[in-house]
Design a protein. Structure first.
Length: 95
């Protein structure tokens, strides 16, 4: 699930408007709308505030945020699965 899809799902489940969240994050409602539509990325430093508003663990949002960054980085790569496999192997060897 993409980051924007998740925050939209959480917002709707809490019955909060985009305008309310935008005000708490101190961003324009149009900017927040772009976050939910995966057209713009939330700044990482906003994750703690957003997790508090949406009553979700900040680590869950962080994992989705990082995953979105990785997907964006791998867009257009010929063999993204191979890249991810190498990265997973590297992490496995470090632990």
């Amino acid at each position: 699930m993409k980051f924007g899809d998740k925050i939209k799902e959480l917002r709707l489940s809490k019955q909060i408007t985009q305008r309310q969240i935008a005000a708490e994050l101190n961003v324009a409602p149009s900017i927040y709308n772009r976050y939910e539509n995966n057209e713009r990325r939330v700044k990482r430093e906003m994750l703690p505030k957003l997790s508090s508003i949406l009553s979700v663990d900040v680590e869950e949002l962080n994992a989705l945020w990082v995953a979105d960054q990785v997907c964006k980085l791998l867009e257009g790569e010929q063999r993204p699965q191979d890249v991810l496999s190498i990265v997973c192997d590297d992490f496995s060897q470090k632990n």
